[in-house]
Design a protein around this ligand. Structure first.
Ligand code: PMP
Length: 381
């Protein structure tokens, strides 16, 4: 089976090999070295500012989101959430539970929010922080994080970006773009198995934690974890809570892959892959959920079912050995499906071509005709 959903994803042979090793102790020298390389690797992939702190915790992207929320926002703080879909809605719920005053700036599914709209919200009411989902996995839309961050900074707000479906696949320079927290999870374009929450906090975000009047839960407190992370990065382990040691080894292999050619190459490869996949969708007579290709995300495609086709066609794709995902946005769930094209598969045109062929043939079974051979050539070259 070829796993072509928007995470978890197919892993490189090196990552699979590392994940299969016996779980080391959290103080074993090889684990300490690997943990240090992962944290250093994150600084490179994130383009972290001087004085930033990377964190890696056992958990998923949802934990990273909550960790960001409760370390930079106090109960009563005003915040803005750029609402582009399912995961921004989740961020808003977390912020409400933290007691923040949440102002949503919302887009219809398949659309995004312009920096001007964020500016208007901040002019109405200053905010402690602006929260943005870089790639909304429920709609396949990419937000203009750079533009929104510029506006937020001009209004003195912190910028928190959920990069769970974007980090390493979409351009973002944490330092140059002025992002205070950029968070992700291991199972997407980073290229490791699920199970690690990953986040880099800028000096501004670390200062926000120091100034909180209501402390965050201990298990996700920047200040509880910081000495541990610093320790691993300097080669001397200390204990706060047991890290997911097997996953750290896998993440180490993933960062070695990523940093061997550099994040710039990874961004470009994801862009080129997305361009080829979009050409294939055109040959198959398919249209995207994002209303404009300029905002269509690079790590995945959210594709409308053509007339006469519904989610049952996904079973035909699975019978051909490829696993895809259905719709996720509550307003449009039954109208589209999703194909992940991130991480290791971006180096494997043959696997992308197999995916396109399985989709084309299964659509054809469902009565929708496209030019399958042209679509396959568009992907495989
Ligand atoms: N944010 C985004 C943009 C996501 O795509 C996801 C997962 N699909 C999450 C947050 C939550 O991550 P997890 O499922 O790892 O908790």
């Amino acid at each position: 089976m070829l796993l072509m959903i928007p995470g978890p994803i197919e892993l490189s042979p090196a990552v699979k090999g590392a994940a299969a090793l016996p779980a080391p102790s959290h103080v074993a020298p090889e684990l300490v070295a690997a943990f240090g390389r992962v944290l250093g690797g994150m600084r490179q992939v994130w383009r972290a500012p001087e004085g930033a702190q990377p964190f890696v915790l056992a958990g998923s992207g949802t934990l990273a989101m909550e960790m960001a929320v409760c370390n930079v926002v106090d109960p009563g703080d005003a915040v803005v959430v750029v609402d582009t879909g399912y995961f921004s809605a989740r961020m808003a719920i977390m912020l409400e539970r933290r007691g923040a005053q949440v102002q949503l700036v919302s887009a219809e599914p398949g659309h995004t929010v312009a920096p001007d709209e964020v500016e208007a919200a901040l002019q109405q009411r200053p905010a402690r922080a602006v929260f943005v989902t870089h790639v909304d996995t429920s709609t396949g839309v990419r937000a203009d994080v750079q533009g929104i961050a510029r506006v937020a900074k001009a209004h003195g707000a912190l910028v928190v970006v959920d990069g769970v479906c974007a980090t390493a696949a979409e351009r973002l320079d944490q330092d140059a773009d002025g992002v205070d927290v950029y968070l992700t999870a291991s199972q997407k374009a980073v290229g490791a198995p699920p199970g690690l929450a990953m986040l880099v906090a800028s000096p501004g975000a670390l200062a926000a934690r120091a100034q909180l009047s209501h402390l965050p839960p201990l298990s996700m407190d920047f200040d509880a974890w910081r000495p541990v992370m610093k320790g691993y990065e300097s080669g001397s382990p200390s204990y706060f809570a047991t890290p997911a040691t097997s996953l750290i080894l896998a993440a180490d292999a993933a960062f070695a892959d990523l940093n061997a050619s550099g994040v710039e190459a990874s961004w470009s490869r994801h862009q080129a892959t997305a361009d080829r996949m979009r050409a294939a969708w055109q040959h198959l007579g398919l249209t995207l959920l994002p209303h404009d290709e300029a905002i269509a995300a690079n790590p995945l495609s959210a594709i409308r079912y053509p007339d006469g086709v519904d989610a049952s066609f996904l079973a035909g794709v699975r019978e051909r050995g490829v696993v895809l995902a259905g719709g996720l946005h509550p307003k449009r769930k039954t109208q589209y499906f999703r194909v992940g094209h991130m991480g290791w598969v971006t180096t494997r045109p043959d696997l992308l071509a197999a995916t396109v062929r399985a989709i084309g043939e299964s659509l054809s079974d469902a009565g929708h005709r496209g030019d399958i051979d042209a679509a396959v050539v568009a992907v495989a070259g």
